[in-house]
Design a binder for this molecule. Structure first.
Ligand code: FES
Ligand SMILES: [Fe+2]
Length: 424
Protein backbone atom coordinates (compact mmCIF):
# COMPACT_ATOMS: atom_id res chain seq x y z
CA UNK A 1 0.00 0.00 0.00
CA UNK A 2 1.41 3.37 -1.00
CA UNK A 3 1.25 6.02 1.71
CA UNK A 4 -1.45 8.58 1.14
CA UNK A 5 -3.34 11.04 3.30
CA UNK A 6 -5.80 9.03 5.33
CA UNK A 7 -9.45 9.79 5.79
CA UNK A 8 -10.93 8.19 8.89
CA UNK A 9 -13.06 5.24 8.04
CA UNK A 10 -16.65 6.37 7.65
CA UNK A 11 -18.94 3.58 8.67
CA UNK A 12 -21.61 3.19 6.00
CA UNK A 13 -24.80 4.62 7.41
CA UNK A 14 -27.42 2.03 8.17
CA UNK A 15 -30.96 2.51 7.02
CA UNK A 16 -32.81 4.64 9.53
CA UNK A 17 -34.02 2.31 12.28
CA UNK A 18 -37.15 4.41 12.69
CA UNK A 19 -39.67 4.48 9.88
CA UNK A 20 -41.33 7.60 8.51
CA UNK A 21 -44.65 6.13 9.68
CA UNK A 22 -43.30 5.86 13.23
CA UNK A 23 -42.43 9.51 13.33
CA UNK A 24 -45.49 10.74 11.41
CA UNK A 25 -47.33 11.35 14.70
CA UNK A 26 -44.58 13.72 15.76
CA UNK A 27 -44.65 15.64 12.49
CA UNK A 28 -47.86 17.53 13.16
CA UNK A 29 -48.70 20.90 14.74
CA UNK A 30 -47.76 20.89 18.43
CA UNK A 31 -51.32 20.83 19.69
CA UNK A 32 -52.09 17.79 17.51
CA UNK A 33 -48.76 15.96 17.69
CA UNK A 34 -47.62 12.97 19.73
CA UNK A 35 -44.29 12.70 21.54
CA UNK A 36 -41.45 10.50 20.28
CA UNK A 37 -42.04 6.72 20.19
CA UNK A 38 -40.92 5.16 23.51
CA UNK A 39 -38.51 2.77 21.87
CA UNK A 40 -36.20 5.56 20.64
CA UNK A 41 -35.07 5.92 24.27
CA UNK A 42 -34.11 2.24 24.53
CA UNK A 43 -33.37 0.55 21.21
CA UNK A 44 -29.61 -0.12 20.68
CA UNK A 45 -30.10 0.15 16.90
CA UNK A 46 -31.57 3.64 17.28
CA UNK A 47 -28.72 4.59 19.60
CA UNK A 48 -26.08 3.35 17.12
CA UNK A 49 -27.78 5.24 14.29
CA UNK A 50 -27.83 8.49 16.27
CA UNK A 51 -24.16 8.10 17.17
CA UNK A 52 -23.00 7.39 13.62
CA UNK A 53 -25.35 9.66 11.67
CA UNK A 54 -25.61 12.59 14.08
CA UNK A 55 -22.77 12.69 16.60
CA UNK A 56 -20.21 11.61 13.98
CA UNK A 57 -22.09 13.39 11.21
CA UNK A 58 -21.74 17.07 12.05
CA UNK A 59 -20.87 19.65 14.69
CA UNK A 60 -20.75 18.42 18.29
CA UNK A 61 -19.72 20.51 21.26
CA UNK A 62 -16.51 19.13 22.77
CA UNK A 63 -15.22 21.43 25.52
CA UNK A 64 -13.76 24.83 26.34
CA UNK A 65 -10.85 26.55 24.67
CA UNK A 66 -9.62 27.71 28.10
CA UNK A 67 -8.36 24.15 28.65
CA UNK A 68 -5.92 24.40 25.74
CA UNK A 69 -4.58 27.94 25.69
CA UNK A 70 -0.83 27.29 25.94
CA UNK A 71 1.33 25.23 23.54
CA UNK A 72 1.13 21.60 24.62
CA UNK A 73 -2.03 22.09 26.65
CA UNK A 74 -4.70 19.60 25.66
CA UNK A 75 -7.91 17.93 26.75
CA UNK A 76 -9.73 14.79 25.65
CA UNK A 77 -13.30 15.05 24.40
CA UNK A 78 -15.76 12.17 24.08
CA UNK A 79 -17.45 12.40 20.66
CA UNK A 80 -19.55 9.64 19.07
CA UNK A 81 -17.82 6.90 21.06
CA UNK A 82 -14.39 8.27 20.11
CA UNK A 83 -11.87 10.13 22.19
CA UNK A 84 -10.68 13.28 20.45
CA UNK A 85 -7.50 15.14 21.47
CA UNK A 86 -7.96 18.92 21.39
CA UNK A 87 -4.47 20.44 21.64
CA UNK A 88 -2.63 23.72 21.15
CA UNK A 89 0.42 23.40 18.89
CA UNK A 90 3.75 25.15 19.27
CA UNK A 91 2.58 27.35 16.42
CA UNK A 92 -0.32 28.60 18.58
CA UNK A 93 -3.00 26.79 16.58
CA UNK A 94 -5.73 24.73 18.20
CA UNK A 95 -6.21 21.33 16.54
CA UNK A 96 -8.19 18.16 16.94
CA UNK A 97 -6.92 14.59 16.44
CA UNK A 98 -8.24 11.10 16.87
CA UNK A 99 -6.56 9.59 19.92
CA UNK A 100 -5.31 6.65 17.87
CA UNK A 101 -1.72 5.60 17.22
CA UNK A 102 -0.91 5.03 13.56
CA UNK A 103 1.25 2.00 14.40
CA UNK A 104 -1.03 -0.64 15.86
CA UNK A 105 -3.85 1.53 17.02
CA UNK A 106 -3.29 2.07 20.73
CA UNK A 107 -4.90 5.04 22.41
CA UNK A 108 -2.04 7.47 22.91
CA UNK A 109 -3.17 9.91 25.58
CA UNK A 110 -4.66 8.55 28.79
CA UNK A 111 -4.97 11.56 31.12
CA UNK A 112 -8.15 13.53 30.38
CA UNK A 113 -6.30 16.87 30.34
CA UNK A 114 -2.84 18.30 30.86
CA UNK A 115 0.23 19.70 29.17
CA UNK A 116 2.65 17.59 27.11
CA UNK A 117 5.77 18.42 25.08
CA UNK A 118 4.70 15.85 22.48
CA UNK A 119 2.39 12.86 22.17
CA UNK A 120 4.18 9.60 22.82
CA UNK A 121 2.36 6.32 22.42
CA UNK A 122 2.70 4.25 25.61
CA UNK A 123 2.92 0.98 23.61
CA UNK A 124 6.00 1.15 21.28
CA UNK A 125 6.82 4.81 21.86
CA UNK A 126 5.97 6.28 18.47
CA UNK A 127 6.21 10.05 18.93
CA UNK A 128 4.02 12.72 17.35
CA UNK A 129 4.66 16.43 17.73
CA UNK A 130 2.00 18.85 18.94
CA UNK A 131 1.00 19.53 15.35
CA UNK A 132 0.34 15.81 14.88
CA UNK A 133 3.40 14.95 12.72
CA UNK A 134 5.03 11.59 13.27
CA UNK A 135 8.71 11.72 14.13
CA UNK A 136 10.76 8.92 12.52
CA UNK A 137 9.94 5.89 14.69
CA UNK A 138 12.68 3.51 15.72
CA UNK A 139 13.19 0.49 13.46
CA UNK A 140 11.10 1.78 10.59
CA UNK A 141 14.07 2.82 8.45
CA UNK A 142 13.99 -0.41 6.41
CA UNK A 143 10.26 -0.30 5.68
CA UNK A 144 9.23 -0.24 2.06
CA UNK A 145 7.08 2.71 0.95
CA UNK A 146 6.99 4.27 4.41
CA UNK A 147 7.13 8.03 4.65
CA UNK A 148 6.64 9.21 8.26
CA UNK A 149 5.18 12.47 6.95
CA UNK A 150 2.16 10.51 5.75
CA UNK A 151 1.63 8.81 9.11
CA UNK A 152 0.71 11.69 11.37
CA UNK A 153 -2.22 11.69 13.75
CA UNK A 154 -5.54 11.73 11.93
CA UNK A 155 -6.84 15.30 12.15
CA UNK A 156 -10.38 16.30 13.02
CA UNK A 157 -12.11 19.49 11.94
CA UNK A 158 -12.72 21.91 14.81
CA UNK A 159 -14.06 25.46 15.28
CA UNK A 160 -14.56 27.73 18.27
CA UNK A 161 -17.49 29.97 19.21
CA UNK A 162 -17.51 32.06 22.41
CA UNK A 163 -14.82 29.85 23.94
CA UNK A 164 -16.69 26.60 23.16
CA UNK A 165 -14.80 24.09 20.98
CA UNK A 166 -16.87 22.20 18.43
CA UNK A 167 -15.79 19.09 16.53
CA UNK A 168 -17.04 17.86 13.14
CA UNK A 169 -15.93 14.26 12.62
CA UNK A 170 -17.54 14.17 9.16
CA UNK A 171 -15.43 17.09 7.97
CA UNK A 172 -18.33 18.04 5.71
CA UNK A 173 -20.76 19.90 7.98
CA UNK A 174 -21.91 23.44 7.15
CA UNK A 175 -19.77 26.28 8.57
CA UNK A 176 -20.19 26.40 12.36
CA UNK A 177 -21.87 29.83 12.33
CA UNK A 178 -24.60 28.41 10.06
CA UNK A 179 -25.13 25.54 12.46
CA UNK A 180 -25.40 27.99 15.37
CA UNK A 181 -27.80 30.26 13.47
CA UNK A 182 -29.24 33.28 15.26
CA UNK A 183 -27.34 32.88 18.55
CA UNK A 184 -24.15 34.08 16.85
CA UNK A 185 -25.65 37.57 16.45
CA UNK A 186 -27.81 37.35 19.56
CA UNK A 187 -24.79 36.87 21.83
CA UNK A 188 -22.21 38.87 19.85
CA UNK A 189 -22.39 41.55 22.55
CA UNK A 190 -20.64 39.20 25.00
CA UNK A 191 -17.11 37.82 25.22
CA UNK A 192 -18.01 34.52 26.86
CA UNK A 193 -14.67 33.02 25.87
CA UNK A 194 -13.07 35.33 28.46
CA UNK A 195 -15.05 33.75 31.31
CA UNK A 196 -13.35 31.07 33.40
CA UNK A 197 -14.59 27.88 34.96
CA UNK A 198 -15.22 27.92 38.70
CA UNK A 199 -16.59 24.38 39.01
CA UNK A 200 -17.21 21.20 37.09
CA UNK A 201 -19.58 18.44 38.19
CA UNK A 202 -20.02 15.24 36.16
CA UNK A 203 -23.26 13.30 36.51
CA UNK A 204 -23.86 9.71 35.42
CA UNK A 205 -27.56 9.72 34.56
CA UNK A 206 -29.54 6.55 33.88
CA UNK A 207 -31.58 8.06 31.08
CA UNK A 208 -31.41 8.45 27.32
CA UNK A 209 -29.66 11.60 26.12
CA UNK A 210 -32.75 12.92 24.29
CA UNK A 211 -34.81 12.80 27.49
CA UNK A 212 -32.28 15.14 29.11
CA UNK A 213 -32.39 17.62 26.23
CA UNK A 214 -36.20 17.57 26.20
CA UNK A 215 -36.24 18.15 29.95
CA UNK A 216 -34.03 21.23 29.54
CA UNK A 217 -36.39 22.70 26.95
CA UNK A 218 -39.50 23.08 29.08
CA UNK A 219 -40.47 24.49 32.44
CA UNK A 220 -43.86 22.78 32.51
CA UNK A 221 -42.30 20.54 35.17
CA UNK A 222 -40.86 23.42 37.22
CA UNK A 223 -43.65 24.15 39.74
CA UNK A 224 -43.61 20.55 40.99
CA UNK A 225 -40.00 19.51 40.42
CA UNK A 226 -38.13 22.79 41.03
CA UNK A 227 -39.94 24.94 43.62
CA UNK A 228 -36.65 26.78 44.26
CA UNK A 229 -36.26 27.66 40.56
CA UNK A 230 -39.91 28.51 40.07
CA UNK A 231 -39.70 31.01 42.94
CA UNK A 232 -37.14 33.11 41.02
CA UNK A 233 -38.08 32.53 37.35
CA UNK A 234 -41.80 31.61 37.15
CA UNK A 235 -42.40 28.66 34.86
CA UNK A 236 -44.58 30.52 32.36
CA UNK A 237 -42.42 33.66 32.12
CA UNK A 238 -40.25 34.65 29.20
CA UNK A 239 -40.41 33.97 25.49
CA UNK A 240 -39.09 31.86 22.70
CA UNK A 241 -36.39 33.41 20.50
CA UNK A 242 -35.65 32.77 16.79
CA UNK A 243 -34.41 29.21 16.48
CA UNK A 244 -33.07 28.54 13.00
CA UNK A 245 -30.07 26.36 12.28
CA UNK A 246 -29.21 23.78 14.92
CA UNK A 247 -30.27 25.79 17.97
CA UNK A 248 -33.41 26.18 20.09
CA UNK A 249 -33.47 29.47 21.97
CA UNK A 250 -35.54 31.14 24.66
CA UNK A 251 -35.30 33.18 27.82
CA UNK A 252 -37.04 33.30 31.18
CA UNK A 253 -37.54 36.29 33.45
CA UNK A 254 -35.94 36.77 36.85
CA UNK A 255 -38.50 38.39 39.15
CA UNK A 256 -37.53 41.96 40.15
CA UNK A 257 -36.83 41.06 43.78
CA UNK A 258 -34.07 38.64 42.70
CA UNK A 259 -30.74 39.13 40.89
CA UNK A 260 -29.90 35.72 39.50
CA UNK A 261 -30.49 32.00 39.90
CA UNK A 262 -28.85 31.02 43.18
CA UNK A 263 -30.03 29.50 46.45
CA UNK A 264 -30.77 32.98 47.80
CA UNK A 265 -31.63 34.68 44.52
CA UNK A 266 -28.71 37.09 45.12
CA UNK A 267 -25.64 37.47 42.93
CA UNK A 268 -23.35 37.82 45.98
CA UNK A 269 -21.90 41.10 44.77
CA UNK A 270 -21.22 40.03 41.18
CA UNK A 271 -22.20 42.66 38.61
CA UNK A 272 -23.79 41.59 35.33
CA UNK A 273 -21.36 40.20 32.77
CA UNK A 274 -19.82 42.80 30.45
CA UNK A 275 -22.10 43.45 27.49
CA UNK A 276 -25.36 42.87 29.38
CA UNK A 277 -28.09 45.35 28.50
CA UNK A 278 -30.72 46.55 30.97
CA UNK A 279 -33.13 43.94 29.58
CA UNK A 280 -30.54 41.19 30.09
CA UNK A 281 -30.27 41.99 33.81
CA UNK A 282 -33.45 40.11 34.59
CA UNK A 283 -33.26 37.33 32.04
CA UNK A 284 -31.77 33.85 31.86
CA UNK A 285 -31.10 32.81 28.27
CA UNK A 286 -31.41 29.12 27.46
CA UNK A 287 -30.29 27.41 24.26
CA UNK A 288 -29.89 23.89 23.03
CA UNK A 289 -27.15 23.60 20.42
CA UNK A 290 -27.81 20.42 18.46
CA UNK A 291 -27.11 17.78 19.45
CA UNK A 292 -25.37 17.92 22.82
CA UNK A 293 -24.85 21.40 24.28
CA UNK A 294 -27.16 23.01 26.81
CA UNK A 295 -26.37 26.68 27.32
CA UNK A 296 -27.68 28.86 30.17
CA UNK A 297 -26.58 32.48 30.34
CA UNK A 298 -27.47 34.21 33.61
CA UNK A 299 -26.92 37.91 34.33
CA UNK A 300 -23.68 37.16 36.18
CA UNK A 301 -22.53 33.72 35.01
CA UNK A 302 -22.64 31.18 32.23
CA UNK A 303 -23.52 27.56 32.80
CA UNK A 304 -22.91 24.85 30.22
CA UNK A 305 -24.04 21.24 30.17
CA UNK A 306 -22.34 18.77 27.85
CA UNK A 307 -24.39 15.70 27.03
CA UNK A 308 -22.36 12.60 26.17
CA UNK A 309 -24.50 9.53 25.37
CA UNK A 310 -22.87 6.36 26.73
CA UNK A 311 -25.61 3.77 26.24
CA UNK A 312 -29.27 3.98 25.23
CA UNK A 313 -30.22 4.32 28.89
CA UNK A 314 -27.11 6.04 30.24
CA UNK A 315 -25.68 9.52 29.69
CA UNK A 316 -22.74 11.41 31.11
CA UNK A 317 -23.67 15.03 31.77
CA UNK A 318 -20.88 17.49 32.49
CA UNK A 319 -22.07 20.72 34.10
CA UNK A 320 -19.74 23.71 34.39
CA UNK A 321 -20.08 27.22 35.84
CA UNK A 322 -18.15 30.17 34.34
CA UNK A 323 -17.60 33.63 35.81
CA UNK A 324 -15.76 36.84 35.02
CA UNK A 325 -12.11 36.25 36.04
CA UNK A 326 -11.98 39.75 37.56
CA UNK A 327 -14.74 38.73 39.96
CA UNK A 328 -13.09 35.36 40.60
CA UNK A 329 -9.89 37.10 41.72
CA UNK A 330 -11.68 39.06 44.46
CA UNK A 331 -11.19 37.70 47.98
CA UNK A 332 -14.93 37.61 48.65
CA UNK A 333 -15.83 35.82 45.39
CA UNK A 334 -18.45 33.24 46.30
CA UNK A 335 -19.95 31.10 43.54
CA UNK A 336 -21.30 28.49 45.96
CA UNK A 337 -24.91 29.68 46.06
CA UNK A 338 -25.15 29.58 42.25
CA UNK A 339 -23.43 26.19 42.05
CA UNK A 340 -25.53 24.67 44.83
CA UNK A 341 -28.69 25.99 43.20
CA UNK A 342 -28.01 24.29 39.89
CA UNK A 343 -26.57 21.14 41.43
CA UNK A 344 -29.89 20.79 43.25
CA UNK A 345 -31.87 21.61 40.11
CA UNK A 346 -29.78 19.20 38.03
CA UNK A 347 -30.42 16.35 40.45
CA UNK A 348 -34.12 17.11 40.50
CA UNK A 349 -34.10 16.91 36.69
CA UNK A 350 -32.06 13.71 36.49
CA UNK A 351 -34.48 12.06 38.91
CA UNK A 352 -37.55 12.69 36.75
CA UNK A 353 -35.61 11.80 33.58
CA UNK A 354 -34.66 8.47 35.16
CA UNK A 355 -38.30 7.91 36.04
CA UNK A 356 -39.21 8.63 32.40
CA UNK A 357 -36.54 6.17 31.29
CA UNK A 358 -38.11 3.49 33.47
CA UNK A 359 -41.66 4.21 32.34
CA UNK A 360 -40.91 4.39 28.63
CA UNK A 361 -39.44 0.88 28.87
CA UNK A 362 -42.87 -0.48 29.76
CA UNK A 363 -44.90 -2.40 27.20
CA UNK A 364 -47.80 -0.22 28.36
CA UNK A 365 -46.13 3.01 27.23
CA UNK A 366 -47.55 4.75 24.16
CA UNK A 367 -46.70 8.03 22.44
CA UNK A 368 -48.13 10.74 24.72
CA UNK A 369 -49.19 14.32 23.91
CA UNK A 370 -47.48 17.70 24.39
CA UNK A 371 -48.91 20.34 26.70
CA UNK A 372 -49.17 23.85 25.29
CA UNK A 373 -46.04 24.77 27.30
CA UNK A 374 -43.91 22.20 25.46
CA UNK A 375 -43.68 23.51 21.93
CA UNK A 376 -39.91 23.79 22.24
CA UNK A 377 -39.74 20.12 23.26
CA UNK A 378 -41.81 19.40 20.18
CA UNK A 379 -39.38 21.55 18.17
CA UNK A 380 -36.46 19.40 19.31
CA UNK A 381 -38.43 16.22 18.67
CA UNK A 382 -39.12 17.46 15.14
CA UNK A 383 -35.38 17.86 14.61
CA UNK A 384 -35.03 14.28 15.83
CA UNK A 385 -37.96 12.95 13.79
CA UNK A 386 -36.85 14.67 10.58
CA UNK A 387 -33.41 13.15 11.01
CA UNK A 388 -34.86 9.68 11.59
CA UNK A 389 -37.08 9.97 8.53
CA UNK A 390 -34.12 11.31 6.53
CA UNK A 391 -36.46 12.12 3.65
CA UNK A 392 -35.23 15.65 3.04
CA UNK A 393 -38.28 17.22 4.69
CA UNK A 394 -37.64 19.79 7.42
CA UNK A 395 -40.89 20.13 9.35
CA UNK A 396 -41.60 23.79 10.13
CA UNK A 397 -41.64 24.58 13.83
CA UNK A 398 -44.17 26.71 15.62
CA UNK A 399 -44.37 28.00 19.16
CA UNK A 400 -47.45 28.33 21.30
CA UNK A 401 -46.58 31.37 23.41
CA UNK A 402 -46.40 30.81 27.15
CA UNK A 403 -48.68 33.79 27.70
CA UNK A 404 -51.25 32.31 25.30
CA UNK A 405 -51.09 29.03 27.18
CA UNK A 406 -51.46 30.74 30.57
CA UNK A 407 -54.36 32.87 29.28
CA UNK A 408 -56.12 29.66 28.17
CA UNK A 409 -55.61 28.16 31.64
CA UNK A 410 -57.08 31.27 33.29
CA UNK A 411 -60.03 31.38 30.88
CA UNK A 412 -60.82 27.73 31.61
CA UNK A 413 -60.63 28.37 35.35
CA UNK A 414 -63.02 31.32 34.91
CA UNK A 415 -65.46 29.17 32.90
CA UNK A 416 -65.37 26.48 35.58
CA UNK A 417 -65.94 29.03 38.36
CA UNK A 418 -68.85 30.52 36.44
CA UNK A 419 -70.29 27.04 35.90
CA UNK A 420 -69.99 26.34 39.62
CA UNK A 421 -71.68 29.61 40.63
CA UNK A 422 -74.46 29.00 38.07
CA UNK A 423 -75.01 25.56 39.61
CA UNK A 424 -75.12 27.01 43.15
S1 FES B 1 0.64 1.08 18.97
FE1 FES B 1 1.50 3.01 19.29
S2 FES B 1 3.59 2.71 19.06
FE2 FES B 1 2.75 0.78 18.72
FE1 LIG C 1 -35.78 21.02 35.11
Amino acid sequence: MVDAPVQPRQRPLPESPVSAEEVANVRAPTLEAHVLPPRVYHDPAVFAYERDAWFAGGWVSAGREEDALQPGQYFLAPVAGETIIIARGNDGMLRGFYNVCRHRGAAIVEEPAGTLPRFQCPYHAWVYDLEGRLRQPRHTELLVDFDPDAWGLIPVRIAVWQGIVFVDLSGTAEPLHEHLGPIVDEFARFDLGALRRARRIDYDVKANWKALVENFLECYHCPGVHPQLNRITPYDSGSYLPSDGGTMNSYMEVLPEFETLSMTGAADGRPPIAGMTAADHNRVYYSVIWPNQLYSLHPDYLMLHWIAPLEPGRTMVRCEWFFDPVEMAKPDFNPEEAIAFWDLTNRQDWHVCELQQRGTASRACTQGRYSSLESSVHGFDLMVADRYANDGIITPQERVSKQESSAAVRARARRMAQGRSAAD
